[in-house]
Structure formats: structure tokens, C-alpha cells
Design a protein around this ligand. Structure first.
Ligand code: CP
Length: 314
């Protein structure tokens, strides 16, 4: 299925993989996209691999997308959700994971609210780990599926202008997107209220703007993020109504721009706040293509990690 090997045992973050790794994931995802559009959408590649999906935080897209990717690859799958587990009785992360691993699990897909939880685990366990989101830090498979979808819509991303709008401060999607897009040669800007843009973001090599219209005019692609109220212990904006007035993207605004933009959103969308429904559902939007591509990209990541350990069946 794939020529080449990833440079890494785990997928902890985009920061820790190379441009060549990203390109290998994309070329492998291309082949899996063809597979999942066949009448029989399954291959036997991971029939000797057992994967545990550990979700210590809510998820719709990522959890279901990983589970489907694993099943399409014929892996054995177990699912864990912290809300109905013994974590509620005081069990530590490491005890929980070691107990699950003793059931002969090869690979862990984990979402956890603590930034660095995956890095910590990688120092203590032998199984491979895929980060499905760690607090405000990284969400590598989201960035990979975003960049893959951008490339599908616009071709090579070298020199393309991508603006990430919204709550950059609390967004793992923003950070992983920035690392990924810069590695692929795109020009990246972030735009939002000053209180929601980290002070030192420019050191990563991105531009900053507080002006929605000017940034929309600048970019080829707008990746729009929601306000992450669940991660805000103080008020960073006066109200969602005011945020929507200054930073909400609506059809009238898009129609008044010089040229057509591609609109993306990782979900979940707060319709009428960062994005109006008629934009999310318009011909500008590739939001559902992102979700479709997520399965193929995650199949590629799991396949390539298993391949690295000689666990892939022909
Ligand atoms: N994009 C994303 O991570 O969505 P979920 O939180 O639903 O997984």
C-alpha cells in the first residue's frame, strides 16, 4: 500500500514530524480515500492490531472518525470514555492505561485535557500513541486532514495564504495547523481579538491581524475556529454577541470580497457566532469534505505507524 516509513514511532504532534512524513501520510491517505469509496470499504491491513480509543474529553468527529478508520483497516477496537470509567474513582492516567495495555493492546489513540499527557505516557509505556487532542496544545490529525483538504481544493500549498480566525489562544487546532502549514510552505496568518491571540505567536513565523475584512481579503483559505468557552477561566471578550459583530463571518461579508474564498471549520460550529449557517452550508465551504477526508487521513496515520512496527498484514 505504501512506499516509505514515518520518522517517528508515535504521532504526538505535528511539531515532531517532518515535511516528508506529512507527504507520506497524504500519499497514503490518497490510496485509502479510493478504498473508502469502493462498495467494499475494508482492507485487512491491521487485522493483527488491537487499538484502544481513550477519550478523557468529549468528541464527536475525532472519536467516530478514528473508530471508522480502525474498522476499515480491520483492526480490533476497544473504546474507553473517562466519564463512565474508574477514573471517577480516583485511578491515575498511567494506571488506567497500563491496565488497558495488559489486555494486549498495540496502539492507543487518546484525547486528554492536559497538554503533554501523550508525551508523558510515551516515556512510560511501550505501545504506540496517537494524539487525538491534548488540551490547548496539539491536535495533529485535525491539522493533517485540514491541510490534505486544502491541498485537494487548491493544489500544492506552497505560497498559498491561509488565515486562521478566532480563538487562537485556546486552540490546539490552530497550533497544529500552524506547524503543518508552515512545513508545507504556506503563508499563515492568525486573526482574532487581541485578547485571544497569544503574545509571542509571531515567533512561530505567522502574521497577526485583528481585522476580519482585511484578513479575509488577504487569504485564499479561511480556517474558522470557535470560541473555546470551556477552556476560559476568565472573560476574554465582552460577549459572544459582540464577538459575532466584529469577527463573525456572514454571506454578505463574503460576497463583498474581491474573490471567492475557501471556508473551513474543524467543528463543532457555533452557527451565528463565528460562522453563519448560510456560509457553513454554501459553495464556499469544504467543511464536510474535511470530515470525509478525516477517515482516510487517520487510516493512513494508523497504517503507517503499524507498518513501522512490522504489524501490517498484506
Ligand atoms: N474537530 C474535532 O476535534 O471535533 P470533535 O471535538 O467533535 O472531535
Amino acid at each position: 500500500m505504501s512506499e516509505g516509513t514515518l520518522s517517528t514511532k508515535h504521532l504526538l504532534g505535528i511539531k515532531y514530524i517532518t515535511k516528508e512524513d506529512i507527504e507520506l501520510i497524504f500519499s497514503t491517505a490518497e490510496k485509502f480515500k479510493e478504498v473508502i469509496n469502493r462498495p467494499i470499504k475494508k482492507v485487512p491491513s491491521l487485522r493483527d492490531v488491537t487499538i484502544a480509543n481513550l477519550f478523557f474529553e468529549n468528541s464527536t468527529r475525532t472519536k467516530l472518525s478514528f473508530e471508522l478508520a480502525e474498522k476499515r483497516l480491520s483492526a480490533d477496537v476497544i473504546n474507553f470514555s473517562s466519564s463512565n470509567s474508574s477514573v471517577k474513582k480516583g485511578e491515575t492516567l498511567l494506571d488506567t492505561v497500563n491496565n488497558i495495555l495488559s489486555m494486549k493492546v498495540d496502539l492507543i489513540v487518546m484525547r486528554h485535557p492536559a497538554p503533554g499527557a501523550h508525551f508523558f505516557l510515551s516515556k512510560h509505556i511501550d505501545a504506540q500513541i496517537v494524539n487525538a487532542g491534548d488540551g490547548t496544545h496539539e491536535h495533529p490529525t485535525q491539522a493533517l486532514l485540514d491541510a490534505y483538504s486544502m491541498q485537494e481544493a487548491m493544489g500544492n500549498l506552497k505560497g498559498k495564504k491561509v488565515c486562521i480566525f478566532g480563538d487562537i489562544m485556546h486552540s490546539r487546532v490552530a497550533l497544529s495547523n500552524i506547524y503543518c502549514l508552515l512545513k508545507l510552505g504556506a503563508k499563515v496568518r492568525v486573526c482574532g481579538p487581541p485578547t485571544l491571540i497569544p503574545k509571542h505567536i509571531a515567533t512561530l513565523g505567522v502574521e497577526t491581524s485583528y481585522n476580519l475584512r482585511e484578513s479575509l481579503n488577504w487569504c485564499d483559505i479561511a480556517n474558522v475556529l470557535r470560541i473555546q468557552l470551556e477552556r476560559q477561566d476568565i472573560k476574554y471578550i465582552p460577549s459572544l454577541r459582540e464577538y459575532s459583530l466584529y469577527y463573525g463571518i456572514n454571506k454578505k461579508l463574503l460576497d463583498s470580497l474581491d474573490k471567492k474564498k475557501i471556508i473551513m471549520h474543524p467543528g463543532p460550529i457555533n452557527r451565528g457566532i463565528e460562522l453563519d449557517g448560510d456560509v457553513a452550508d454554501s459553495e464556499h465551504s469544504i467543511i464536510l469534505q474535511q470530515v470525509e477526508n478525516g477517515v482516510a487521513v487517520r487510516m493512513a496515520v494508523l497504517f503507517l505507524l503499524a507498518n513501522q512496527r512490522g504489524k501490517v498484514s498484506e
